[in-house]
Design a protein around this ligand. Sequence first.
Ligand SMILES: Cc1cn([C@H]2C[C@H](O)[C@@H](COP(=O)(O)OP(=O)(O)O[C@H]3O[C@@H](C)C(=O)[C@@H](O)[C@H]3O)O2)c(=O)[nH]c1=O
Length: 183
Amino acid sequence: MYVRSLALAEVLEIVPQKFEDERGFFSETYNEREINRIGLTLTFVQDNHSYSVHKGVLRGLHYQLPPKAQDKLVRVVKGAILDVAVDIRRSSVTFGQWVALEVAADRWNQIFIPKGFAHGFVTLTDHTEVIYKVSEYYSPEHDRSIRFDDPAIGIAWPSSIGELILSEKDRQAPPLSMATVFE
Ligand SMILES: Cc1cn([C@H]2C[C@H](O)[C@@H](COP(=O)(O)OP(=O)(O)O[C@H]3O[C@@H](C)C(=O)[C@@H](O)[C@H]3O)O2)c(=O)[nH]c1=O
């Protein structure tokens, strides 16, 4: 398993080993012992699978507030996404900063997004399937969104994608300055 910190050091790229042969491949996509070895103790309780029909589907920026905050481990089994994490811990020196990583089936990489970060992605291909583990159950009462295009955050979403497809909830999301965030 290959691991590296992104520009916001708590956000990680993880690339599990992939064994390919004439039949296809085998890969341990999650191994708790390996995760513990890199200093993380995670308890995942739910696996999510989302399918986006078109390129340009943008989901985010999402997070759950404490006590239902979630660590997320995200991978792509079909297609590709640009995945984004935003530090929304008010006490952090990098509050409001973002980091992006292309996560793709053909890269076999994963992104780890800890509690305290808002998460979003845009699909770079049609028929994209994203699978992610989360460390807390879905809780609609704690679920929050921040505007994906809040100029105060300034995420450089790819301009080449054309029209973006968002849920009504995400279109109505408040800017970071109006959102309840982590202390
Ligand atoms: C996230 C979630 C949604 N749902 C339901 C609620 C709703 O009816 C339907 C679609 O929900 P959403 O529109 O919130 O789905 P989506 O926009 O894909 O939300 C996801 O976006 C990415 C970026 C994340 O980081 C995730 O944590 C999650 O917030 O699925 C669950 O039952 N369990 C869940 O864990």
